[in-house]
Design a protein around this ligand. Structure first.
Ligand code: SAM
Length: 275
């Protein structure tokens, strides 16, 4: 039978993965951190018993949280990443030559430490001269920033524990203030099957603060329900109005210019959450 890791995605449903080895396990200052090697998806980072990323399917999330906003903005130079301790989001941001600096504010240094050790392909760009890592609270960083970033990416855990205030109206207001006058942000906003209310609130709050507010999706086998969403709020640029000339060749395995646009076509039950 062997050892299995099960993520309870709701009180009555979950996913389970056969474990080859436990690589590291500790209670950090902020959360329970487990790194395991799985038969199906390779090494897997788990925080507070929720799958954060795996070697095998990480590219979907990291390509979609980054390339949709960075191709939407005509000339992204300064980018902020809130969270993203595994390093996958900054890796994708740094594929854009226009970016002169990506600041990452990650609250838990242990996530960075063990991602470097056990997720080398995901954390490969730590130490890049264009990247600045700050170990701190993204909420406070946002509140202390003004008119500073072209793009802000909120790559946080679920709205519990250290990330509880990263899904509030006050946080989205702070994001608007921290962005430049033509800036835009993307936040990961969980799945429509089990977290419809979270999506409804995120879209509603974003609509109140940004002239352009949209939801887009992708498919991540190890995330709850397999369908994941991102909310984009933009002061000027519409992700559905990107000229084809803007796209350039990227080393990706999921993102394409066609999928960029198609990801905003929503199933009816998901579109209804955005009404
Ligand atoms: N892709 C994952 C998802 O969609 O759930 C997120 C992965 S990344 C590992 C999430 C990171 O957010 C974690 O490293 C966690 O420590 C960090 N985090 C949570 N709350 C934070 C906060 N207030 N400020 C900065 N980082 C935070």
């Amino acid at each position: 039978m062997g050892i299995w890791f099960t993520e309870k995605q709701t009180e009555s449903f979950g996913i389970t993965a056969k474990v080859k080895r436990t690589l590291h396990s500790e209670k950090t200052e902020f959360q329970q951190l487990d790194m395991i090697e799985t038969e199906q998806f390779g090494n897997m980072l788990i925080l507070d018993e929720m799958v954060m990323t795996t070697e095998r399917d990480e590219f979907v999330y990291h390509e979609m949280i980054v390339h949709v906003p960075l191709f939407t903005h005509p000339n992204p130079k300064k980018v902020l990443v809130v969270g993203g301790g595994d390093g996958g989001t900054i890796r994708e941001v740094l594929k854009h030559p226009s970016v002169t600096k990506v600041v990452q504010v990650e609250i838990d240094g242990k996530v960075v430490e063990y991602s470097k050790q056990y997720l080398p392909h995901i954390s490969s760009e730590y130490g890049n001269l264009r990247a600045e890592l700050i170990i701190g609270d993204g909420f406070m960083h946002i509140l202390n920033s003004a008119d500073e970033y072209d793009i802000i990416l909120v790559d946080s855990t679920e709205p519990v524990g250290p990330a509880a205030n990263l899904f509030t109206k006050g946080f989205y207001a702070g994001i608007s203030k921290a962005l430049k006058e033509d800036g835009l942000f993307v936040a990961q906003t969980d799945n429509p099957w089990f977290k419809g209310d979270l999506i409804r609130n995120a879209i509603q709050d974003t609509k109140e603060m940004f002239p352009i507010a949209r939801l887009y999706t992708c498919n991540i086998p190890t995330y709850p329900s397999g369908m994941w969403t991102f909310t984009i709020g933009s002061k000027s640029y519409d992700p559905l109005k990107v000229e084809n000339s803007r796209f350039f060749e990227l080393n990706t395995k999921y993102y394409t210019p066609e999928l960029h646009k198609a990801s905003f076509v929503l199933p009816k039950f998901v579109d209804d959450l955005c009404k």
